[in-house]
Write a protein that binds this ligand. Structure first.
Ligand SMILES: C[S@@+](CC[C@H](N)C(=O)[O-])C[C@H]1O[C@@H](n2cnc3c(N)ncnc32)[C@H](O)[C@@H]1O
Length: 316
C-alpha cells in the first residue's frame, strides 16, 4: 500500500506544471529541501494566500500552488519582460503556443549555420523591440515578444536569461541539438494555474497592503555575491547591493511584525568563503537561519564546487 501511494505521488508530481523558463537562481534543484521549511500551517490548510515577490522562474510558486490549498496567489518581479511572459501565458496561451510552435519547427528543421542566423536575427529583433515597447497593454506584439523571449531562453548558451547594462539580451547561441522550444502541455497547465493569480511587475513591496496573518511570503532576491568575482546580482538592470539587502531585511521585519505573515527568504551563504562574515546573522538575528546544500558553482578556490550552502531564513 505504501509503495502504491509513493508511486502515485511520484506520478502526480510528474504531471505538475513546472517553470517555463530557466532563470538565474532557479530553485528547481532545491525544492526537495525547501519544502521541509515551509510553515506547518501550509499543509494544515491554514494559510490561504501565497506571495512570491521575486518570482523569476517560479519553481517554488508552481510547487506551492499545486500542492497546497492556496486560494489566492500574488506574483511579482521587477523584470518587465519576465512578467509580460506570465501575463501572455495567462491571457493568450493558445496564440503563444501557435507562434512558438512555428519558431520551433523552423529552428529544428534548419542546419547549424541556418540556426545561427535565426538565433542572432531573433536576438536583434528582441533587443530592438524593447526600446519602445508598451508593457502596459497586452497585444499581438506582446505575444510575439514573449515567444521570442522563450525561444532565446531555450536555444541560448546554458539556457539562461542575461542582459547587459543597456538591458540588451546578450547570451550567445547554445549547442542544444533538439531543444523543446514549445512545451504546449506545460504552457496550458500554467495558463490554467495563472487564471486566479495576481501578476504585476514592480518593486517587491508592491503587495504589502494585501499581506496578513493568513499569508505565506517567499522572498528570493538577487543573491549577495559571495566572492568578488561572482556576479549573481547581474539580473535585469537593477543592481541589488548590500544596501538593498539591508532594506529588504527591514521589509522582512515589517512583514513579520506588522503583517504577521509567515516569511521565508533565500540568500547566498557568505560563510562558504569567509566564516567570519556574519552579514546575514546580524540582519536577521531575531529569526531562524537554516542552511541548505546547493549544487551551485562558486568562483572561489575557498569553496568547492558542488559543496556550498545557501541560507533559508524563516520567522517561524
Ligand atoms: C533569484 S531571482 C529569483 C529566482 C526564482 N525564485 C526562481 O526560482 O527562478 C531574483 C529575481 O529578483 C528580481 N528583482 C531584482 N530586484 C527586484 C526588486 N527590487 N523587486 C522585485 N524583483 C526584483 C530579478 O529580476 C530576478 O528575477
Amino acid at each position: 500500500m505504501k509503495q502504491l501511494q509513493d508511486s502515485e505521488n511520484l506520478n502526480s508530481s510528474k504531471n505538475l506544471a513546472k517553470p517555463f523558463i530557466k532563470w538565474v537562481g532557479g530553485k528547481t534543484q532545491l525544492i526537495g529541501q525547501l519544502e521541509n521549511f515551509y510553515p506547518l500551517e501550509l499543509p494544515a490548510g491554514k494559510i490561504h494566500k501565497y506571495f512570491e515577490l521575486f518570482i523569476g522562474g517560479g519553481a517554488v510558486f508552481f510547487e506551492v500552488i499545486q500542492k497546497f490549498p492556496i486560494e489566492k496567489a500574488f506574483i511579482n518581479d521587477i523584470n518587465q519582460d519576465l512578467i509580460l511572459s506570465y501575463q501572455v501565458i495567462r491571457y493568450n496561451s493558445q496564440e503563444l503556443i501557435k507562434t512558438l510552435s512555428k519558431l520551433q519547427e523552423e529552428y529544428l528543421t534548419s542546419n547549424s549555420q541556418q540556426r545561427e542566423n535565426i538565433f542572432y536575427k531573433i536576438r536583434q529583433e528582441y533587443n530592438q523591440q524593447r526600446i519602445e515597447f508598451d508593457y502596459n497593454n497586452l497585444s499581438q506584439e506582446s505575444i510575439k515578444r514573449v515567444s521570442l523571449m522563450i525561444f532565446l531562453n531555450k536555444t541560448c548558451f546554458n539556457g539562461l536569461y542575461r542582459t547587459n547594462k543597456k538591458g540588451d539580451f546578450n547570451v550567445p547561441i547554445g549547442k542544444y541539438k533538439n531543444p523543446t522550444i514549445c512545451n504546449s502541455d506545460n504552457l496550458l497547465k500554467i495558463s490554467k494555474i495563472l487564471q486566479n493569480v495576481t501578476i504585476h511587475s514592480g518593486n517587491y513591496d508592491i503587495y504589502t497592503q494585501y499581506i496578513d496573518n493568513n499569508s505565506f511570503v517567499y522572498l528570493d532576491p538577487p543573491y549577495r555575491p559571495i566572492s568578488k568575482t561572482s556576479s549573481f546580482t547581474a539580473y535585469a538592470k537593477s543592481g541589488f547591493n548590500d544596501d538593498s539587502q539591508i532594506k529588504l531585511s527591514q521589509y522582512y521585519k515589517y512583514l513579520d511584525q506588522e503583517c504577521q505573515a509567515k516569511v521565508m527568504l533565500s540568500n547566498s551563504d557568505p560563510q562558504n568563503v569567509d566564516v567570519q562574515d556574519v552579514f546575514f546573522e546580524n540582519l536577521y538575528s531575531q529569526y531562524n537561519i537554516h542552511r541548505v546544500s546547493a549544487n551551485r558553482m562558486v568562483n572561489s578556490k575557498a569553496a568547492n564546487r558542488g559543496k556550498i550552502t545557501e541560507l533559508l531564513i524563516t520567522n517561524y
